[in-house]
Design a protein around this ligand. Structure first.
Ligand code: SF4
Length: 82
């Protein structure tokens, strides 16, 4: 039986190469005018990293991968943290 470690505060970008999903492929479907500016994106992700609702890159309040949710400019944190 595989002993899988769960990292509560990890983002997809932090996962081991064999567990990575192609984040850029998903982010590439967001049009440039809908994308969150890079500095705001990183600020959002840093808030998620501090949040108790982050579990393995997923927000437990909305079920989204936070790196996708944060990448869309008009998206909001379901708990109004960003
Ligand atoms: S509740 Fe907000 S800050 Fe917390 S993980 Fe979800 S999106 Fe991020």
């Amino acid at each position: 039986m595989e002993n899988k470690r769960i990292c509560k505060k990890c983002l997809l970008r932090d996962k081991a190469p064999n567990e990575q999903i192609d984040l850029n492929k998903y982010l590439s479907v967001i049009s440039e005018n809908e994308k969150t500016p890079p500095s705001v994106y990183e600020k959002r992700l840093n808030i998620c990293r501090q949040c108790d609702l982050l579990l393995e890159a997923t927000c437990q309040a909305c079920g989204c991968y936070v790196e996708f949710r944060a990448a869309v400019k008009h998206s909001r944190c379901p708990k109004k943290k960003w």
